[in-house]
Design a protein around this ligand. Structure first.
Ligand code: SAM
Length: 280
């Protein structure tokens, strides 16, 4: 489909009194060419149920439907936006379900029960974007209920997600994201593409879940060691890991890591070994 027959998004916003609220992280995308490009970032959407968080006036929702998503299930906190979505649902019969609710509190596994292919695509509210990503990546059991995540973040958060060891962006989020998924930045979106424009550039990140090693540690142990290590990132691990309540030296030895190493020098495999040592 090249165009939909729905009114331009500016009109939708005016009609539903959807003036953007900062408290809800509302920065809307009004260019359907851009939202369709984001939708294409998620790959083939035929036979796919897309989980969209925060559809707002529906620019990305429409992009997803135009790009062939079999079904979009969207969760939105703002009642005004839920009303705006009903016109889209009418234009795409049976292909859009909108739920009024808080994505942070949503039980996605239950919501997606019986769906064979689920992809998450969202222009996330900045105030909850990282919390949602962590929620999805730490979900148990693994592999999870989604096939991929295609998400908009502030550029700075996107850089942390894909950061390599020995860079200043490398931290807890990098280790978690890269332990659980293959992550890449697809493209940047200038601040002027949003209404109202945020202060900084955004980036679309694509994450595809990886298998968890059969003999790997629990995700909780991985979170514990990265919290301890990066909580005091300038210290050597032999000092920072004391906060785990264990003697760090045998842990480091079991993980094959030098006592003098600092958090930012340890790659994802090293953190996985350290988390496993913590469980021994
Ligand atoms: N998808 C739309 C777009 O691209 O134009 C809107 C994106 S806007 C950055 C974020 C949206 O998330 C807003 O519509 C906001 O109301 C909604 N939102 C904020 N917090 C939410 C939450 N906890 N659960 C669900 N939706 C939320």
């Amino acid at each position: 489909m090249t165009e939909d027959t729905l009114p331009p998004l500016r009109e939708v916003i005016a009609r539903h009194g959807l003036d953007a609220r900062k408290s809800l992280g509302q920065n809307f995308l009004l260019d359907l060419n851009l939202t369709r490009r984001i939708a294409r970032g998620a790959g083939d959407l035929a036979d796919v149920t897309v989980y969209e968080v925060g559809p707002g006036p529906g620019g990305l929702t429409r992009g997803l439907l135009m790009e062939g998503a079999a079904h979009v299930i969207a969760v939105e906190l703002d009642r005004r936006a839920v009303a705006a979505q009903s016109d889209i649902a009418a234009a795409y019969p049976g292909r859009l379900t909108v739920i009024e609710g808080d994505a942070l509190a949503m039980n996605e596994r239950e919501l997606m029960a019986g769906k064979t292919a689920v992809k998450v695509v969202a222009n996330l509210p900045y105030n909850v974007g990282t919390a949602l990503l962590v929620k999805w990546l730490t979900a148990e059991p693994w592999p999870s209920w989604f096939q991929s995540l295609t998400l908009m973040f502030q550029r700075e958060v996107a850089e942390r997600i894909v950061a390599e060891p020995r860079s200043k962006e490398y931290g807890r989020l990098s280790v978690l994201a890269q332990a659980r998924a293959t992550a890449k930045i697809l493209f940047d979106v200038p601040r002027t593409a949003f209404v109202p424009p945020p202060k900084i550039t955004s980036s679309v990140v694509h994450l595809v879940p990886k298998d968890w090693p059969a003999d790997g540690p629990s995700i909780r142990s991985l979170e514990r060691v990265t919290a301890a290590a990066f909580g005091q990132r300038r210290k050597m691990l032999r000092a920072s890991l004391k906060s785990l309540g264990r003697d760090p030296l045998p842990l480091l030895a079991a993980a094959g890591l030098p006592e003098t190493a600092r958090a930012e020098e340890i790659d994802v495999a090293g953190f996985l070994r350290l988390a496993k040592a913590l469980e021994a």
